[in-house]
Design a protein around this ligand. Sequence first.
Ligand code: GDP
Length: 296
Amino acid sequence: MFATLQDKLDSVFKKLRGQGVMTEDNIKEALREVRLALLEADVNFKVVKDFVEKVRSRSVGTEVLQSLAPGQQVIKIVHDELVLLMGGGEDNSLDLAAKPPVSIMMVGLQGAGKTTSCGKLARYLKSQRRKPLMVPADVYRPAAIEQLKTLGRQLSIEVFDSSSDQKPVDICANAIRYATLNGFDTVILDTAGRHQIDDYLMDELDAIKRAVEPREILFVADAMTGQEAVNVASGFNDRLDITGVILTKLDGDAKGGAALSIKAVTGKPVKFVGLGEKLDALDVFHADRLVSRILG
Ligand code: GDP
């Protein structure tokens, strides 16, 4: 993962490490390469611009020029700013402290990994001693209901009974009532996706949001789609005011641009990352760990 970005930054940093004395010129040269490396890794253009400007203004101070190992300092500044960019140091845990049942609404485009992530999240919450109920509310793709039921059986986690002739908003409202009556403390709603954002879908998701007032609206983003994931995240955030992001398929050869840009563009934290098709392949997101992996 992130092999290209890692290699590119590695060679920039190798040059920097060799620099005894830094001048504004060689900082400028290094930052040009950092900028190129980020753009090639599919990081959003505006995010790169702001990022490089921040690193430049911190690097070109006397602090760096008078230091014994200025190259190392620039590397540290890049590291720190990348962590900040991805929301490092901020609280990105799920907000489930309200009176149960609390609900988590999963949204995103078709194929992003929503249904799989519902299963992974339910498994994670069960391991945290919560009692989750999974709710299939994608009535347009009948296979989605079956898919969630199969995951429920594998995980021994109950799946709310719904059918494709019901209205999604009714399914969700009924599921909350059912959860209240049956002692479930967390309700995970698997909503419909489309191949692209459309008004009909957004109106439906908005109606579900108003009916169930979820504590969390998690946008599921496919890291493999790079820039597109960032644009789609913005679209969903504008309409639904999402609370966080699950970034899937980071086990593939995603270039990392989406991971680096989503927080910066939407202002919403990445809360989890998906690292495979299996149900245990979900990690809580740690910006500093990801940055250390990228920078080596
Ligand atoms: P949905 O349409 O958004 O509900 O997407 P699905 O949950 O059906 O997932 C679409 C495909 O992506 C399936 O083949 C999943 O196994 C796969 N998938 C989901 N998450 C991940 C992940 O983190 N890594 C990998 N490699 N595949 C994933």
